[in-house]
Design a protein around this ligand. Structure first.
Ligand code: CU
Length: 158
Protein backbone atom coordinates (compact mmCIF):
# COMPACT_ATOMS: atom_id res chain seq x y z
CA UNK A 1 0.00 0.00 0.00
CA UNK A 2 2.93 2.39 -0.43
CA UNK A 3 2.02 3.73 -3.84
CA UNK A 4 -1.48 5.06 -3.00
CA UNK A 5 -0.08 6.96 -0.01
CA UNK A 6 2.61 8.58 -2.16
CA UNK A 7 0.04 9.58 -4.76
CA UNK A 8 -2.21 11.01 -2.06
CA UNK A 9 0.56 13.10 -0.51
CA UNK A 10 1.52 14.45 -3.95
CA UNK A 11 -2.11 15.40 -4.52
CA UNK A 12 -2.27 17.19 -1.15
CA UNK A 13 0.95 19.04 -1.99
CA UNK A 14 -0.45 20.22 -5.35
CA UNK A 15 -3.75 21.29 -3.84
CA UNK A 16 -2.11 23.25 -1.04
CA UNK A 17 0.52 24.80 -3.33
CA UNK A 18 -1.78 26.18 -6.04
CA UNK A 19 -3.65 28.86 -4.02
CA UNK A 20 -0.28 30.42 -3.09
CA UNK A 21 0.57 30.83 -6.75
CA UNK A 22 -2.85 32.26 -7.55
CA UNK A 23 -2.46 34.90 -4.84
CA UNK A 24 1.01 36.00 -5.93
CA UNK A 25 -0.10 37.30 -9.34
CA UNK A 26 -3.12 38.96 -10.86
CA UNK A 27 -4.98 36.71 -13.26
CA UNK A 28 -7.75 37.58 -15.65
CA UNK A 29 -9.71 34.94 -17.53
CA UNK A 30 -11.82 35.06 -20.64
CA UNK A 31 -12.99 31.80 -22.19
CA UNK A 32 -9.98 29.50 -22.53
CA UNK A 33 -7.51 32.36 -22.11
CA UNK A 34 -5.74 33.34 -18.89
CA UNK A 35 -3.89 36.63 -18.76
CA UNK A 36 -1.27 36.93 -16.02
CA UNK A 37 2.07 38.59 -15.18
CA UNK A 38 0.50 41.91 -16.16
CA UNK A 39 2.70 44.95 -15.60
CA UNK A 40 3.93 48.27 -16.91
CA UNK A 41 6.73 50.61 -15.97
CA UNK A 42 6.57 54.23 -14.79
CA UNK A 43 7.53 56.78 -17.44
CA UNK A 44 9.53 60.03 -17.12
CA UNK A 45 7.33 63.19 -17.03
CA UNK A 46 8.10 64.10 -20.67
CA UNK A 47 7.66 60.60 -22.14
CA UNK A 48 5.00 60.25 -24.81
CA UNK A 49 4.96 56.47 -24.84
CA UNK A 50 4.82 53.57 -22.43
CA UNK A 51 4.79 49.78 -22.50
CA UNK A 52 2.76 46.96 -21.00
CA UNK A 53 3.69 43.30 -20.62
CA UNK A 54 1.77 40.12 -19.83
CA UNK A 55 1.46 36.42 -20.46
CA UNK A 56 -1.50 35.03 -22.40
CA UNK A 57 -2.15 31.33 -21.90
CA UNK A 58 -4.53 29.42 -24.15
CA UNK A 59 -5.86 26.36 -22.31
CA UNK A 60 -8.32 25.55 -25.09
CA UNK A 61 -8.13 23.28 -28.08
CA UNK A 62 -8.30 25.98 -30.74
CA UNK A 63 -5.95 28.80 -31.64
CA UNK A 64 -7.01 32.35 -30.89
CA UNK A 65 -5.71 35.71 -32.05
CA UNK A 66 -5.30 39.05 -30.30
CA UNK A 67 -6.66 41.42 -32.90
CA UNK A 68 -6.69 44.75 -31.07
CA UNK A 69 -5.61 46.54 -27.91
CA UNK A 70 -6.80 49.88 -26.58
CA UNK A 71 -6.42 52.00 -23.47
CA UNK A 72 -7.94 55.24 -22.20
CA UNK A 73 -4.38 56.09 -21.01
CA UNK A 74 -3.06 56.60 -24.54
CA UNK A 75 -4.10 57.99 -27.89
CA UNK A 76 -2.94 54.95 -29.84
CA UNK A 77 -2.22 51.46 -28.53
CA UNK A 78 -0.85 48.50 -30.47
CA UNK A 79 1.18 45.32 -30.16
CA UNK A 80 4.84 45.71 -31.10
CA UNK A 81 7.67 43.29 -31.46
CA UNK A 82 11.26 44.27 -30.74
CA UNK A 83 13.81 42.50 -32.90
CA UNK A 84 17.52 42.89 -33.57
CA UNK A 85 18.51 43.40 -37.19
CA UNK A 86 22.22 43.66 -37.87
CA UNK A 87 22.87 44.96 -34.36
CA UNK A 88 20.08 47.56 -34.64
CA UNK A 89 17.04 47.33 -32.38
CA UNK A 90 13.82 47.58 -34.37
CA UNK A 91 10.16 47.71 -33.36
CA UNK A 92 7.49 46.48 -35.70
CA UNK A 93 3.72 46.57 -35.46
CA UNK A 94 2.08 43.15 -34.94
CA UNK A 95 -1.36 43.37 -36.55
CA UNK A 96 -2.62 40.04 -35.22
CA UNK A 97 -0.93 38.15 -32.40
CA UNK A 98 -1.61 34.43 -32.55
CA UNK A 99 -2.18 32.59 -29.26
CA UNK A 100 -1.89 28.90 -30.27
CA UNK A 101 -3.97 26.22 -28.52
CA UNK A 102 -2.21 24.88 -25.42
CA UNK A 103 0.51 27.54 -25.58
CA UNK A 104 1.50 30.67 -23.65
CA UNK A 105 2.51 33.84 -25.45
CA UNK A 106 4.83 36.06 -23.44
CA UNK A 107 4.95 39.82 -23.81
CA UNK A 108 8.17 40.86 -22.09
CA UNK A 109 11.06 43.34 -22.33
CA UNK A 110 13.08 43.01 -25.58
CA UNK A 111 10.28 41.05 -27.26
CA UNK A 112 6.57 41.40 -27.77
CA UNK A 113 4.94 44.29 -25.91
CA UNK A 114 1.91 46.51 -25.87
CA UNK A 115 2.98 49.99 -26.94
CA UNK A 116 1.03 52.95 -25.61
CA UNK A 117 1.61 55.98 -27.80
CA UNK A 118 0.46 59.52 -27.13
CA UNK A 119 0.20 59.03 -23.36
CA UNK A 120 -2.42 61.35 -21.88
CA UNK A 121 -0.41 61.55 -18.65
CA UNK A 122 2.86 59.99 -17.46
CA UNK A 123 2.45 56.46 -16.07
CA UNK A 124 2.99 56.76 -12.32
CA UNK A 125 4.41 53.99 -10.17
CA UNK A 126 1.92 52.23 -7.84
CA UNK A 127 -1.04 53.32 -9.98
CA UNK A 128 -2.71 51.23 -12.67
CA UNK A 129 -4.50 51.78 -15.94
CA UNK A 130 -7.09 49.92 -18.00
CA UNK A 131 -6.21 47.98 -21.09
CA UNK A 132 -8.79 46.33 -23.33
CA UNK A 133 -7.76 43.27 -25.32
CA UNK A 134 -9.92 41.96 -28.14
CA UNK A 135 -9.51 38.34 -29.21
CA UNK A 136 -10.96 36.91 -32.37
CA UNK A 137 -12.67 33.98 -30.59
CA UNK A 138 -12.69 34.71 -26.84
CA UNK A 139 -13.92 38.28 -27.31
CA UNK A 140 -13.11 41.41 -25.34
CA UNK A 141 -11.59 41.73 -21.86
CA UNK A 142 -10.48 44.79 -19.90
CA UNK A 143 -7.57 44.25 -17.51
CA UNK A 144 -5.89 46.42 -14.89
CA UNK A 145 -2.22 47.04 -15.59
CA UNK A 146 -0.18 47.87 -12.46
CA UNK A 147 2.64 50.36 -13.00
CA UNK A 148 5.97 49.42 -11.41
CA UNK A 149 8.83 51.75 -10.39
CA UNK A 150 11.30 52.72 -13.15
CA UNK A 151 13.90 49.98 -13.57
CA UNK A 152 11.70 47.35 -11.95
CA UNK A 153 10.45 44.27 -13.75
CA UNK A 154 7.99 41.58 -12.88
CA UNK A 155 9.45 38.09 -13.07
CA UNK A 156 8.16 36.42 -16.22
CA UNK A 157 8.84 32.85 -15.19
CA UNK A 158 6.29 30.80 -13.27
CU1 CU B 1 7.09 49.38 -29.18
Amino acid sequence: MRIPITVLSLFVLLVTASPLHADSHMHSKIGDLTISHIWSRATPPTAKSGVAYMQIENKGGTDDTLVSVSSPAAGNTMVHETTMEGGVMKMSHVMALKVPAGKTVELKPSGLHVMLMGLKAPLKATTSFKLTLTFEKAGEITIDVPVLQPGKALKQTH
